[in-house]
Design a protein around this ligand. Structure first.
Ligand code: C2E
Ligand code: MG
Ligand code: MG
Length: 562
């Protein structure tokens, strides 16, 4: 009886289970209260009927573990109460024989208060109490992890060292409470500017550090990404703060440095970013400087080029060049239009030097639309000329452009406005388009196809090609990439890839064209393999309109003379 009193008053839960039937033989008041059932409700129920563990299946599983192992101990197990809440408990069970019945006795200790205390200690040790951001200790730890991960993946990371401009003045004039308020709002804004896996830490005072991970594997690209995040941060910190009744504006200075693996120590990285931050302060604050001067120059050049590109689009500084696409006997079927930037200072620029930037800066949409309209206008003009009315034009479409919800409307509008025949327009898509949302890509293609527009898959074989997509897309043509044609005579693998592509188009009922054909032997190889359409310097380089027309006309004359 003395022990019964212990059972009744214990500050731990005690549960007695029948080891054979899993029925609850007894439960003390502490446990019934913890679980939210009355004693009568529990008695005679099987363990899984009260759902003490995650669900019925888990409760059954736990029971058989208790049954077979006898002594079982869990340091931290979630116990589910009647209301569905989960309480962390320490759980110990043992099996006894009691008056001919085998009983499993479970001792269940509520450890939620202890866990809360642990969390609090953890928070005090690793987090800044004012902003709840990681403190210096945790920052160093995260940075160490980032260096290890970076060296495994070869991708760059960046450290941004950030200091608020004139924070001391705010503290001195509006008081420390307002200063604290601003720091909290800065912390929130910084967190909103970065991705989930990135770290935002407060070093102390008005100094913050942002660690960006998994950036590009090329340092220039990684620097561009870091610059973009830095600019986003500066723009966000430039927004007014509400401090009590007052609205307050301020700026920040950022210093940045890149890292890739553990080539530098954490201390050196932070020192570099700190030095770069001082450079920003010297240059007038409210900006971002990289520690590496070469990186800084590259960033400045890119920013300048981006501005120039915006202007070029507004002012129409682009021209189209036309590269002939010919069939076996030398007849010109049409041309691929290739855009060139007539830069006022740098001269004629190839797309490789500005299309990637246009894509990054979101300018490809207007550039692409201009190319499309110009090509349609040209088709419409040729329609009245007996010499050129048979020509088709192939237009490159960037994946960004195609993904726009109104892409189909844009193409149809360009056709309608110009009056061009849709059957003469071919859109060149790349495999990068097929990385996501294939059904929507296919749907758009079908809509345009129904109007007569043709499709070619450019640079085929270099990207992510899935044969099942090929079957589902309303394609007309595959384009064998230049890289396979280049070494077709010397490299067995390239030769067999080219042959395989040709065989594939034959079995799928598609046309095939080889690009980058520079010498006759390459053309002859392709002809022997069954490819009868070509594009390349052997026939013509990309040419301005007048030269292309002369070329196409000459080819036509040769053809009629033969
Ligand atoms: P692409 O669509 O694969 O275009 C073919 C590229 O190969 C062109 O370079 C062309 O000049 C080059 N080429 C053609 N034949 C030969 C040859 O026999 N030998 C060699 N070595 N090269 C040859 P380009 O004009 O510099 O264009 C490069 C890329 O820029 C194009 O690759 C295309 O992806 C992109 N591009 C060009 N114009 C546009 C456009 O209007 N919009 C978009 N989104 N991209 C464009
Ligand atoms: Mg192309
Ligand atoms: Mg190509």
């Amino acid at each position: 009886m003395r022990y019964r009193r212990l059972f009744e008053t214990a500050r731990d839960g005690i549960l007695l289970l029948n080891a054979i039937t899993a029925e609850i033989e007894d439960a003390n008041p502490f446990l019934t209260e913890l679980l939210g059932y009355s004693h009568a409700e529990l008695l005679g129920k099987k363990l899984w009927e009260v759902g003490a563990f995650a669900d019925v299946a888990e409760s059954r599983e736990k029971f058989s573990e208790l049954q077979t192992r006898g002594y079982v101990r869990y340091d931290d197990l979630p116990l589910r109460t009647r209301s569905g809440a989960k309480i962390p408990v320490e759980f110990v069970s043992n099996t006894y024989d009691c008056a001919g019945v085998t009983v499993i006795q479970c001792n269940i200790r509520d450890i939620s208060a202890r866990k809360r205390a642990d969390e609090k200690i953890n928070e005090l040790a690793f987090f800044d109490p004012l902003t709840r951001l990681p403190n210096r200790t945790l920052l160093l730890d995260r940075l160490q992890q980032a260096l290890i991960v970076g060296s495994r993946s070869a991708s760059y990371g960046a450290v941004l060292f950030l200091d608020l401009d004139h924070f001391k003045t705010l503290n001195d004039t509006l008081g420390h409470d307002m200063g604290d308020l601003q720091l909290q709002q800065v912390a929130q804004r910084l967190t909103d500017c970065v991705r989930e896996g990135d770290t935002v830490a407060r070093l102390g005072g008005d100094e913050f550090v942002v660690v960006l991970e998994s950036l590009h594997t090329h340092p220039r690209e990684a620097a561009n990404q870091a610059q973009d995040v830095g600019e986003k941060i500066l723009a966000s910190l430039n927004q007014p703060y509400t401090l009590g009744a007052a609205e307050y504006r301020s700026t920040a200075s950022i210093g940045a440095t890149l890292f890739c693996g553990a080539s530098l120590s954490i201390e050196d990285l932070l020192k570099q970013a700190d030095l770069a931050m001082y450079k920003t302060k010297e240059l007038g604050r409210n900006g971002l400087q990289f520690f590496d001067p070469a990186m800084q120059t590259a960033i400045i050049e890119r920013a300048a080029l981006e501005n120039e590109l915006r202007l070029a689009i507004a002012e129409g500084q682009f021209v189209l060049h036309y590269q002939a696409q010919v069939v076996g006997d030398g007849r010109t079927m049409g041309a691929e239009v290739l855009v060139r930037w007539q830069h006022p200072v740098r001269g004629l620029m190839a797309p490789g030097d500005f299309v990637p930037l246009a894509e990054e800066a979101g300018l490809i949409l207007s550039l692409g639309q201009w190319v499309l309209q110009a090509a349609c206008a040209q088709l419409a003009q040729w329609a009245d000329s007996p010499k050129f009315q048979h020509l088709k034009l192939a237009v490159n479409v960037s994946a960004h452009q195609f993904r726009r919800p109104d892409f189909v409307e844009q193409v149809l509008a360009a056709l309608e406005r110009s009056g061009a025949n849709p059957h003469r327009l071919r859109l060149e898509l790349t495999e990068s388009l097929l990385i996501d949302n294939v059904p929507s890509v296919i749907e758009k293609m079908f809509t345009l196809k129904a109007k007569g527009v043709c499709f070619s898959l450019d640079d085929f074989g270099t990207g992510y090609s899935s044969l099942s997509y090929l079957k589902r897309m309303p394609l007309d043509e595959l384009k064998i990439d230049r890289s396979f044609v280049r070494d077709i005579l010397s490299d067995h693998q390239d030769a067999s890839i080219a042959k395989t592509i040709i065989a594939l188009t034959q079995s799928l009922g598609l046309n095939v064209i080889a690009e980058g054909v520079e010498i006759e032997a390459q053309r002859d190889f392709l002809t022997a393999a069954g490819c009868h359409a070509y594009q390349g310097f052997l026939f013509s380089r990309p040419l301005p309109l007048a030269s292309f027309e002369r070329y196409a006309h000459r080819a036509l004359e040769c053809d009629t003379l033969q």
